[in-house]
Design a protein around this ligand. Sequence first.
Ligand SMILES: Cc1cc2nc3c(=O)[nH]c(=O)nc-3n(C[C@H](O)[C@H](O)[C@H](O)COP(=O)(O)OP(=O)(O)OC[C@H]3O[C@@H](n4cnc5c(N)ncnc54)[C@H](O)[C@@H]3O)c2cc1C
Length: 359
Amino acid sequence: MKTVVLAGGGHTHLEVLRRLTAERDTQVKWILVSASRYHYYSGMFSGFAEGLYTLEEIRIDLKKICENKKIDFIEETLQSFDPAKREVVLSSGERLSYDRLSLDIGSHTAPDQIEGLAERQVQIKPAHLFPERIEACRKAKELVIIGGGAAAVEMAFSFHQWKQQNGRKYDRVTVIASGNLVDKKTDSVVEALFTHKGIRYVKNDGAVKVADRYVTTESGAEILFNEVIFLGGAQAPALLKKSGLPVDEKGFIKVNACLQTTDDSQVFAAGDCAALITRPQLPKSGVYAVRQGEVLHHNLIASLKREGMQDYTPQRRALILLSTGGKQALMLYGKWRQFGSWAWLWKNYIDRGYMKKYQ
Ligand SMILES: Cc1cc2nc3c(=O)[nH]c(=O)nc-3n(C[C@H](O)[C@H](O)[C@H](O)COP(=O)(O)OP(=O)(O)OC[C@H]3O[C@@H](n4cnc5c(N)ncnc54)[C@H](O)[C@@H]3O)c2cc1C
């Protein structure tokens, strides 16, 4: 009997689970180790923060899927793994041996570079922490979001909208960003929307320190906060580097086009936690993580059978539908930028379709 351990119930493993049929090889035991029994779909995080979706609408019950597919489900956190012994250690101390290990444990939002942030921020990643941490941000009189990427911008719009509609019009949402908002072509559109809605934007200024009540920026400005969230880019889980397998400069585990780690063909990785050596600049985004599922499913099975593997080739550009609050959205595709209610309806249709596929 061979054992495949899937660590983490992220976007890629969810697709692997969907593709595993009940009539599969009985000589292979599949185990899912997940920190939570639920997978939370990040495409709907902003809508949930805004109050447009319920908790049940944004999450998928992994345990139920595993029961239906006769896959062992262990609700625990992966603490470490030892490629030499082919063993994983769980939070309970339990050890599991594997023939193939696949990592899809996502990323974190706690950078060490900003002094005082780790102790004070509302940490909304790993993904299962998201729902319970939202309430503090909704109720914060001064909510500060550090970061200017798609996730930061979307969450700023969502919290602002929630406050407008729930009797908290005098609360303030502030975005601190050292670079462009989303990207160079989108920056001015988002800035105009921030101004129109009354979201404060601290521009071209990075956060350097977080103390009890203030975030200090590079320029020396002190920004008052009651709650602060860092959404300035994905951070690597420490256990990847500790395994001794090669990681990139940020600590994400290096994989080849087959999603196999570069030094150990028995260990696979996908989604945010993986650094694809063939496309080192690939954004950490759910869109790519989902697409890796088909290749990962094929390659895990092919690797056990010693058959040919497939390469994962990311799409050249991805469609981004960025919710701007109040059921409106901004569509970004290549050089195209379009804004309107239709873009939100499109996003809602895609996101609900995604959930329907798995629920
Ligand atoms: C606020 C926000 C909004 C976003 N919105 C979008 C969006 O609209 N569209 C988009 O494409 N991307 C979006 N992203 C990015 C997106 O969330 C990630 O790129 C995506 O989740 C990556 O998927 P994944 O499969 O790598 O990991 P995840 O989906 O994050 O899943 C990892 C899973 O592993 C679990 N886990 C973590 N550590 C362990 C461990 N040690 N042991 C066991 N389990 C563990 C976690 O609980 C989680 O369930 C957003 C990110 C944020 C922060």
